[in-house]
Design a protein around this ligand. Structure first.
Ligand SMILES: CC(C)=CCC/C(C)=C/CC/C(C)=C/CC/C(C)=C/[C@@H]1[C@@H](COP(=O)(O)OP(=O)(O)O)[C@]1(C)CC/C=C(\C)CC/C=C(\C)CCC=C(C)C
Ligand SMILES: [Mn+2]
Length: 387
């Protein structure tokens, strides 16, 4: 595969496409922008600032520390970089088209992320698009309309394909974009593996006993995105904060986003028999699954939601500290995504905590107004701490 990944081979990869899209996505997707997955079944309690536990599992428990060390030691320019054996020699036109497809998908599915990437350097934006597409396809395996037909062997096969991506043997064109990306940036395979693990967890589990369990799920499906993004976005050369601290913030942004996503989608998830809320905390507020399924917004529910929202905001606040430490060209997309996702929480409040029959959303005007604010925040440079 490494010696001249020829046009013929590229065409062969291109041909391997089957499509599945969720209804929501089918409606808004142009024919070009397809998330295609070709699968062959070859085979601690805290009392402050909230009364609920905020942070049950430390990053080290999840081997995040090791991921950070590996990614940092492979930084571009360091002697350890490009220890991967085979760097595939793709035809430039093939790669251009692969990234072009990733760009279309990102632009179609995630308009805000996409807009934010436009200020990044070309190499970085292409990498984020490739990562986005891989994450989106992974999510589609369990969230798309065909998800019910997918057995665990589908995730096994996806896992094998991930190994192939990192070993320079992509299965299809979109995988090839990620293969190129993981050779351009010091990306460790573990966060990608962990995301697949999160999808496995989602297929096996539909209740979370406590926040520790929920945190683990959020780490797998969203905290991992933060860990994948930092090596691409880059840390500001003038930052004097440790890489570990910045990675922690990135992870917390994923946690905040996922908690918000869960709070927004309580009603929708309930209709699929899923409750991504800590059971012990529901009990603490005199609630249970029945209250979720009955969709009645009671005062107990409002009080419970206030605490859940407060916790999500806590993670966004932690994330802010790292956002300022990123390379200046990468800060705007991060601030935009942070602010826009956090606004969903405000919208749940405006709906008087009715996330059982309503889906909170942020209107176009509010979104547009947030973008320049995010831009202004992205201009503030990391403070240099003198010894
Ligand atoms: C510019 C930017 C913010 C880049 C990240 C782009 C990227 C690679 C996104 C991947 C998102 C994705 C498809 C993840 C798969 C699992 C999943 C769906 C998670 C949920 C995302 C929101 O998607 P959506 O609202 O469409 O959900 P539905 O499936 O439709 O329900 C998540 C809520 C997770 C998103 C998590 C992040 C974007 C992590 C962000 C963290 C960083 C970019 C690190 C920033 C660094 C510092 C230091 C703060
Ligand atoms: Mn999803």
């Amino acid at each position: 595969m490494n010696a001249a990944f020829s046009c013929a081979a590229n065409t062969c990869i291109k041909a391997r496409n089957s499509t599945f899209l969720s209804k929501k996505k089918q409606r808004r997707t142009s024919p070009r922008a397809e998330v295609t997955v070709a699968i062959t079944n070859k085979t601690k309690e805290s009392s402050s600032p909230t009364q609920l536990s905020l942070h049950g599992i430390s990053c080290t428990d999840l081997f995040v520390h090791e991921i950070v060390q590996r990614q940092q030691s492979q930084k571009i320019g360091s002697s350890d970089f490009d220890i991967r054996t085979t760097r595939p020699n793709f035809h430039p036109m093939f790669l251009d088209e692969a990234y072009e497809r990733c760009r279309d998908i990102c632009a179609e599915y995630a308009k805000t992320f996409y807009l934010g990437t436009l200020l990044m350097t070309e190499e970085r934006q292409k990498a984020i698009w490739a990562i986005y597409v891989w994450c989106r396809r992974t999510d589609e395996l369990v969230d798309g309309p065909n998800a019910a037909h997918h057995s665990s062997s589908v995730l096994e096969r996806w896992d094998e394909r991930l190994d192939d991506i990192f070993n320079g043997r992509p299965y299809d064109m979109l995988d090839a974009a990620l293969t190129d990306t993981v050779h351009n940036f010091p990306l460790d395979i573990k966060p990608f593996k962990d995301m697949i693990e999160g999808m496995r967890m989602d297929t096996r589990k539909n209740r979370y006993a406590n926040f520790e369990e929920l945190y683990l799920y959020c780490y797998y499906v969203a905290g991992t995105v933060g860990l994948m993004s930092v090596p691409v976005m880059g840390i500001a050369p003038e930052s004097s904060v440790s890489a570990q601290t910045i990675y922690d913030s990135a992870l917390y942004l994923g946690i905040g986003n996922q908690l918000t996503n869960i709070l927004r989608d309580v009603g929708e998830d309930a209709s699929r028999g899923r409750v991504y809320l800590p059971q012990d905390e529901l009990t603490k507020f005199g609630l249970c699954d029945k209250d979720v399924f009955s969709r009645k917004v009671s005062n107990d529910w409002r009080e419970f939601m206030k605490e859940q929202i407060r916790r999500a905001r806590f993670y966004f606040d932690l994330a802010e500290q790292g956002a300022t430490q990123l390379h200046k060209a990468s800060r705007w997309p991060v601030w935009s995504s942070l602010m826009l996702y956090r606004m969903i929480l405000d919208s749940i409040e405006s709906n008087d905590y009715d996330n059982l029959t309503k889906r909170a959303y942020v209107g176009r005007t509010k979104k547009l107004m947030a973008l320049p604010v995010a831009y202004t925040r992205s201009l503030s440079n990391p403070t240099v701490v003198f010894p």
